[in-house]
Design a protein around this ligand. Structure first.
Ligand code: ZN
Length: 249
């Protein structure tokens, strides 16, 4: 391989050997240097309601090559698949927080991510909100869990109606998700290290962002991802556009 020529994508590497621009030895050497996604032994969890076993994906390595980012902070990275923090039990249909369950390693890898659809996130949210009221719940759900679920629910809504276009816009669902967004914004238990532009962005998505926001000095001298994110919010607000958007770096 030519000196100073670096490759960080397996697909690019394959195209280089296909075009005979590199030899087999160079191909193998370079491939070894690329961190590719590698599943490890499955992580086994048990449903806290019925003890049904579930084998989940566990990654030994991954990367963000080919990742896409959206303004609701949704990221989809093909080489870094994520296991849903909330899992639906295939046996009893209940939802549980997989990261709070005791786990053990399986004997073989699993590709199960247990991703939930928007209607399932809604069901899960209702279940967790009810359990929060329960004095002796089977699983303890705290305020931080609820806020994490709210953000996932908002992102699942955007998946359903915009990113994946599973269904047409619904006034009723928009009203529902607007209330979830208000509850998320008003909560004191939001996930740590949230991007400071997320709250203004969510306000824009429900048509409640004020012009004053753009006069704040906090958002001067932005660059890179933050600048693209900020400019995207501003332009769409000027256009009265409330849709989630992709942040293309
Ligand atoms: Zn179960």
């Amino acid at each position: 391989m030519r000196k100073g020529y670096s490759v960080d994508s397996p697909m690019l590497l394959v195209s280089l050997i296909y075009e005979k621009r590199i030899g087999l030895k160079e191909f193998i050497n370079t491939l070894n240097n690329i961190i590719i996604m590698q599943p490890g032994y499955a992580r086994i969890v048990y449903c806290p309601y019925c003890s049904e076993k579930k084998e989940l994906l566990s990654l030994m390595s991954g990367n963000t090559i080919g990742a896409r980012y959206w303004s609701d902070l949704r990221m989809r990275a093909p080489m870094l698949p994520e296991v849903s923090p909330v899992q639906k039990c295939h046996h009893c249909g209940k939802y549980y927080l997989q990261y709070k369950q005791k786990s053990e390693h399986g004997e073989k890898p699993s590709l199960e991510q247990g991703e939930l659809s928007y209607p399932e996130w809604k069901e899960a949210y209702t279940q967790f909100m009810n359990e929060r009221e329960n004095r002796n719940p089977i699983q303890k759900v705290d305020e931080k869990d609820i806020d994490m679920i709210r953000l996932r629910l908002i992102q699942a809504y955007n998946d359903y109606y915009y990113r994946d276009c599973v269904a047409e816009f619904s006034e009723e669902e928009w009203g529902y998700i607007s209330n979830v967004i208000w509850d998320f914004i008003g909560s004191k238990n939001k996930p740590d290290n949230l991007h400071p532009l997320l709250i203004p962005e969510l306000l824009r998505e429900i048509g409640m962002l004020c012009e004053d926001f753009f006069e704040s000095e906090c958002f001067e001298n932005l660059d890179g991802f933050d600048k693209i994110y900020y400019d995207g919010i501003r332009k769409r607000m000027e256009d009265d556009d409330t849709e989630v958007f992709e942040i293309i770096i």
